[in-house]
Design a protein around this ligand. Structure first.
Ligand code: ACM
Length: 502
């Protein structure tokens, strides 16, 4: 079957839509006369849609409001409207020969309908210059809504720094799969990547040349850079979730500020991939001055509701010190107006009620996550053997690590977050995240190669109704992504189990 052309049907979308009613007599073709009508609140999404369609079509696609609303689609119009009754992030798209009526429960829902529409067009729509193609959209109606409200990717900018432009580009490729959070792992042993005015040496010393794994991933975000990224994400309905990893993973901070160590002596900068050797000191007051200052500045920069405090792999912190530290740290996050989020090790401590636990373990062992869920805490599922995008696809693929096993596309797809951990059921789940750690990454293309095609698998698990999950269906729809990624210049791993079209 290799090389057979992919035919597009109304449901051939990732994530799989909830309800699809094709009408093969109702195709719509976008042409030079097509206009976009934007109801109040959808103007920015209309601009996004036009910007997505203009380069490849070469059409003007003018945007206007002009009295067009639900039920009043005139010929050749793509009408964007909001009907709150559909619910947050939901949309309905009715495609008929006269045009398209796209109704969102809110502007985010309209935005997700636009992402679906892009996938329903020929892959050339993702090209940057005009293509000689008939831009036909299959007819019928799609009704769609997310299973989980938290659908996330994570980029580790500490082990290897990715610039604002690279992070924006990465985000652009994620939102096509209806991802709505981007977790930035901003600090680790090998580098500190966010400017903090009250502790300026963090970036001056640990954000510059020679930092990162192998010393080749330098850089940091100024506050203006970070705010630019936050605004760019928000315009795409993505919430940035900043992570300051504590009490472990802090060597870069201790290099810059030796008062954060037990003996006050600066450790050597580290560019290797070891974990679990550094710790803040639970008994020192400087620890909490530092944490409070950093959290205050991060909270002030971050409009989203969450601050991630890490909490993972604190292997040289005693259990008692760990609890002491976490139980002093999390109230500081709350004091600064944010919900604490942390890796599941944190669940060994008493958590403020709004705290969210992110589960990353390979085995289905508890670590307190189920106890936290029973106490009412929400859980984000990121089991490393399913969701870690930095694991190798197969023994012979590069880059990547393999401590959590090899993560093939089928391995990333073939699980369900509500079954993963006894005691953590659908009701406790906030959603899913696919983390991309960067120890072995050196370029944006490396990041893309590890992300695609596995991120679409996690995105489908996060968005689509469980009853739609089907590997054979998924692998067919995934094959159709290849020409879209090629048209965008996005690198992907051409895994042999998928019948990629030429
Ligand atoms: C982790 O993988 N240390 C969260």
């Amino acid at each position: 079957m290799k090389g057979v052309a992919v035919t597009r049907g109304l449901g051939d979308v990732i994530p799989a839509p909830g309800e699809v009613r094709p009408d093969t007599a109702a195709d719509f073709t976008i042409d030079s006369g097509t206009r976009i009508s934007a109801a109040a609140g959808t103007e920015d999404v209309a601009e996004h849609l036009a910007a997505a369609l203009r380069p490849a079509t070469g059409y003007g696609l003018p945007i206007g409001g002009a009295g067009l609303d639900a039920g009043a689609v005139t010929s050749g119009v793509i009408a964007l409207v909001v009907d709150a009754a559909l619910g947050s992030e939901a949309y309905r798209m009715e495609i008929s020969p006269g045009g398209i009526l796209l109704t969102g429960g809110d502007p985010a829902g309209v935005f997700y309908g636009v992402q679906t529409l892009r996938q329903l067009l020929p892959a050339e729509i993702y090209a940057g210059v005009p293509q000689q193609v008939t831009w036909t959209v299959p007819g019928g109606t799609i009704s769609d809504r997310p299973r989980f409200s938290y659908r996330s990717g994570m980029l580790d900018v500490a082990r290897h720094f990715f610039t604002v432009a690279e992070a924006k580009s990465y985000l652009d490729t994620l939102v096509q799969f209806k991802i709505n959070h981007l977790h930035l792992h901003l600090t680790d042993d090998q580098g500190w990547r966010i400017e903090i005015d009250s502790w300026p040496k963090l970036t001056a010393i640990s954000g510059g040349e020679g930092t990162g794994v192998d010393g080749v991933g330098p850089g940091f975000y100024t506050k203006a850079d970070y705010s630019e990224l936050v605004a760019y994400a928000a315009a795409r309905f993505v919430t940035i979730v900043p992570e300051i990893d504590m009490p472990g993973h802090v060597n870069a901070a201790q290099v810059a500020y030796p008062e954060l160590t037990t003996d006050g002596i600066a450790p050597e900068p580290r560019t290797d991939v070891e974990v679990g050797y550094s710790s803040l000191v639970a008994a020192k007051k400087e620890t909490y001055t530092f944490a409070d200052d950093v959290l205050r500045e991060i909270a002030a920069l971050t409009p989203g509701p969450y601050i991630h405090i890490g909490g993972d792999e604190a292997l040289v912190t005693t259990a008692e010190d760990y609890r002491t530290f976490i139980e002093r740290l999390l109230p500081l996050v709350v004091k600064h107006g944010k919900r604490p989020l942390g890796w599941h090790e944190m669940a060994s401590a008493d958590l403020p009620p709004t705290t969210i636990v992110q589960y990353w373990r390979i085995e289905a062992t508890d670590d307190g996550t189920a106890r936290a869920a029973a106490a009412g805490h929400k859980v984000i599922m990121s089991p490393a053997d399913r969701t870690y995008l930095d694991m190798k696809y197969a023994a012979d693929t590069t880059p990547g690590l393999d401590w959590a096993g090899l993560v093939s596309i089928e391995q990333a797809y073939g699980w369900d977050p509500a079954d993963r951990l006894p005691g953590v059921t659908e009701d406790s789940l906030l959603g899913v995240e696919a983390p991309l750690w960067s120890e072995t990454l050196r370029t944006l293309a490396d990041a893309q190669t590890m992300t695609f095609p596995r991120l679409p698998a996690i995105a489908e698990i996060g968005w689509s109704p469980r009853e739609t999950h089907n590997w054979e269906s998924f692998r067919t729809r995934l094959a159709a992504c290849a020409p879209r990624w090629r048209a965008q210049g996005v690198a992907f791993h051409p895994a042999p189990e998928i019948n990629w079209p030429h």
